[in-house]
Ligand binder design. Structure first.
Ligand SMILES: Cc1ncc(C[n+]2csc(CCOP(=O)(O)OP(=O)(O)O)c2C)c(N)n1
Length: 590
């Protein structure tokens, strides 16, 4: 039991130390300044001074996604805190455990429109799992412990702790350990054995099941258990954008990613299946397409730790509330018992059908018509040369989809992206956080030139702090994903998506920009140079590297299910639908 005299600020730093925090990303300012004084002395906490609070927030997320631990960011009141809003919303949408600590104006000034006052608890109420306003120094250790517990347990998510400046300055006693006071918070529901039995029965009776795997499986660290379940049942698997890496891409049962830019095999298997086994996933609109037409013949087993997700978008026939690892393990045990009793499913015909779709419609691309460098080729080569042990972090847009489609993910926690919020500017700071959390891993950010221009200043942070990430800028000179929609749905009227406007090609010059930020900058403009440039970048490990891959602007992401339409209307190229009847014959029936 620790009991030592301290200020509120010292108490905050001591609590972070006792909670095992090793790194905090942040920027100081008036209201949080008392906390920065003891941070200066801490031997256990590393503070990384970012260039923008948004960078601190995404770095905390990248750290959390790469390590499975809670990421921590810190900011001052008012504009410091509001700059954290986007990464907090981002972490909320993707269920990432982060704790954001903000200074608040002194308690006597709260509500007076004091200098740099913003009601950050009010602002973040709908985008945090929970938030706290602390005005009493004695509460700081307990609130911190609660914040970490809330962020990391159950369905993970962001928690904000806003601390009034006078509470940081006040004299108190630091006591540790503390007792959590979270009445009513019971996140550790065990899956009901009755529901597990019912689910096992449905799995055995099914003819055309699909394991629909979401990010919850990664959060639950259940990849090994998932593989056992998949191999036991021999049911095909699809992994959502948030679950890439939860199941090896090279596994014969893997059909790829479902959804708007998913593979034909994954999208079609879900449409035609008779049973969906949804694990840690939330039937997001980007996966279901037009909901009323999604998987019309499927019975649904839905396992999720958050009961609010079950039957939110699609009614679950068998709801299972619990951690994905528990649910998967229990299902495997139940199915083994069935097998011992002689009841095993046989999906061979269905599997053959899915394999046919996979073979006939692999994710691919056409050469650029103007002879320019194919962005897909760059991403594909990067994936090959960096390999399955590297961590890949994407921005948002076409490059993100190509990074999901053309890199083969074999291991959990090697793919980090902004799935739910779709936050441009995510990649560079999230890669920084991932590299801090996993310093031995090769970390590549795959970014768009639009995204890169939002948060590249964190490369200066990386250079100064010795965080040698690598960034592949897929530079198509435009806001490519928006341009793609303009091509397809707005008659090729490119309103405000051209980032260059006929200016000299390099504006900004990313090579010079990299150099100015203390990084090595490289440029590659032809397919012949792609491998050598990537290898050169991989040979530089003392400073961050930025590679400007100048690519064609007309490449599009395919397959595509247009927003609001049915997954049945998936296109493999412009105005080109797969011809299932011709290719495959009728779907396996009962
Ligand atoms: C903060 C933010 N603003 C706007 C958007 C809308 N948006 C989605 S993708 C995209 C274009 C991204 O361009 P770029 O980074 O160059 O990537 P590309 O699609 O060209 O690969 C935009 C503007 C967004 N997702 N996030």
């Amino acid at each position: 039991m620790i009991a030592e005299p301290a200020t509120g600020a010292q108490s905050l730093v001591r609590a972070l130390e006792e909670l095992g925090v090793d790194v905090v990303f942040g920027i100081p300012g008036g209201a949080i300044l008392p906390a920065y004084d003891p941070i200066f002395d801490s031997q256990r906490l590393r503070h990384i001074l970012v260039r923008h609070e948004q960078g601190a927030g995404h770095a905390a997320t990248g750290y959390a996604q790469a390590t499975g631990r809670v990421g921590v960011c810190m900011a001052t009141s008012g504009p410091g805190a509001t700059n954290l809003v986007t990464p907090i919303a981002d972490a909320y949408m993707d269920s990432v455990p982060i704790v954001a600590i903000t200074g608040q104006v002194p308690s006597g000034a709260i509500g007076t429109d004091a200098f740099q006052e913003a009601d950050i608890c009010g602002i973040t109420m709908p985008i945090t799992k929970h938030n706290f306003l602390v005005q009493d120094a004695a509460e700081i250790p307990r609130v911190l412990a609660e914040a970490f517990h809330l962020a990391a347990t159950g369905r993970p998510g962001p928690v904000l702790v806003d601390i009034a400046k006078d509470a940081l300055q006040a004299r108190t006693e630091f006591r540790w350990p503390v007792e959590l006071q979270l009445p009513g918070y019971r996140p550790a529901a065990k899956p009901s054995s009755k529901q597990i039995r019912e689910a096992a029965r449905l799995i055995i009776e099914a003819k055309r099941p699909v394991l629909y795997v979401g990010g919850g499986v990664l959060k639950a660290r259940a990849s090994a258990e998932l593989r056992q379940l998949a191999e036991l049942t021999q049911a095909p698997v699809v992994t959502t954008l948030m679950a890439r890496g939860a199941f090896p891409d090279s596994h014969p049962l893997h059909l790829g990613m479902p959804g708007m830019h998913g593979s034909v095999a994954a999208v079609t298997a879900l449409q035609k299946c008779d049973l969906i086994i949804a694990l840690g996933t939330r039937f997001d609109d980007r996966v279901t397409g037009k909901l009323s037409t999604f998987a019309p013949g499927a019975t649904v087993i839905h396992a999720d730790i958050d009961p609010a997700e079950i039957s939110k978008n699609r009614v679950a026939d068998v709801p299972i509330v619990g951690d994905a690892r528990d649910a998967i393990t229990d299902l495997t045990v139940a199915l083994r018992a069935e097998a011992e009793a002689g009841r095993t499913p046989d999906y061979a015909g269905w599997r053959r059908q899915c394999e046919g779709w996979k073979r006939t419609y692999p994710v691919g691309y056409e050469p650029e018509s103007d002879g320019s460098l194919n962005p897909q080729y760059v991403v594909e080569r990067l994936g090959r040369l960096a390999g399955p042990d590297a961590i890949y972090v994407a921005g948002v847009g076409q490059h993100q989809m190509w990074a999901s489609q053309f890199v083969s993910y074999e291991n959990p926690n090697t793919w980090i992206n902004s799935g739910g919020l779709g936050t441009m500017g995510f990649a560079v700071p999230a890669a920084m956080g991932a590299k801090v959390g996993r310093p031995d891993a090769l970390v590549w950010a795959i970014d768009g030139d639009g995204c890169f221009q939002m948060t590249n200043q964190e490369l200066t942070t990386c250079a100064i702090e010795g965080i040698p990430i690598k960034v592949a800028v897929i530079n198509n000179g435009s806001l490519g994903m928006v341009r793609q929609w303009q091509t397809l749905f707005y008659g090729s009227r490119y309103s405000n998506t051209d980032l260059k406007k006929d200016r000299p090609t390099y504006l900004p010059d990313f090579v010079k920009l990299a150099d100015a930020m203390g990084c090595v900058g490289l440029r590659c403009e032809s397919a012949d140079d792609v491998d050598a440039t990537i290898e050169k970048a991989m040979g530089i490990n003392d400073v961050p590297v930025v590679v400007d891959f100048v690519v064609g602007k007309d490449a599009m992401v395919w397959p595509m299910v247009a927003a609001g339409t049915s997954n049945d209307d998936i296109q493999v190229a412009r105005d080109t639908a797969p011809d299932f009847d011709y290719e495959m014959g009728e779907v396996v029936s009962e």
